[in-house]
Design a protein around this ligand. Sequence first.
Ligand code: ADP
Ligand code: MG
Ligand code: MG
Length: 259
Amino acid sequence: NMLLEIKNLHASVIDDTVENGSKQILKGVNLSIPAGETHVIMGPNGSGKSTLSYVLSGHPSYKVTSGQVWFKGENLLEMSPDDRAVAGLFLAFQSPVELPGVNNANFLRTATNSVRKARGQEELDAVSFLKLARQLAKKLSFPTDMLKRNVNVGFSGGEKKRNEVLQMSLLQPSFAILDETDSGLDIDALRIVAEGVNTLQSSDFSSLIITHHQRLLDYIKPDYIHILARGRIIHTGGADLSLQLEKEGYGRFLDEIDE
Ligand code: ADP
Ligand code: MG
Ligand code: MG
């Protein structure tokens, strides 16, 4: 029961600094994630972690040059970004956008309803949406007045991440990619984001968590940890791998692929 299957994925980014330029970043990524599992990707800066999450979300600046991605048995790379969300994919960006003049509750309701509609679920009117959003916010220990403010405007780093976790809970994804959702969070915010992810855990929900921080893994227990370096997954281990990486760094694993 594979939810996501990435096979020999090669991708390049459109390089704005060079005319017609592109730069090969992913160089043969293989990764399979069954339903219900939590996978973590760690790796040196610049190794292609964010590129992988952008490619999976269908970001227009990234081009797949070869390989395949199957999501619930369907060809993910042929789906529009909207269709990917409807199919159950959710990506929490490294830096969420601020939308001045856009009320957060209205924004979240529009996003929620467009996905619900496309999935054939009942759309929520303003009253029932607020009820649901407040309920979820409470469960996630988020201040409900975040709903009244403009989207991410003047939010602290921690509040932006909380808002993303709230959006994720509203959209009910079956697969979430969190790209350094923990960066810049203090320890309490980190725990709350982790608990938000944990409340979604079920046999129908999988996640791919990209992080530099061992401490996030005090709260989220992964089934597997993968090391992405130089555009490929070079090693896969269990939850203990992060402790080893914290002590020893990536050096040994990089030496192995250099041999
Ligand atoms: P990571 O998330 O692992 O730190 P990224 O996927 O962000 O790595 O970046 C991989 C490589 O691609 C880096 O060398 C980075 O500089 C380069 N890169 C990413 N986006 C662009 C871009 N828009 N233009 C040029 N180079 C880019
Ligand atoms: Mg980085
Ligand atoms: Mg990154």
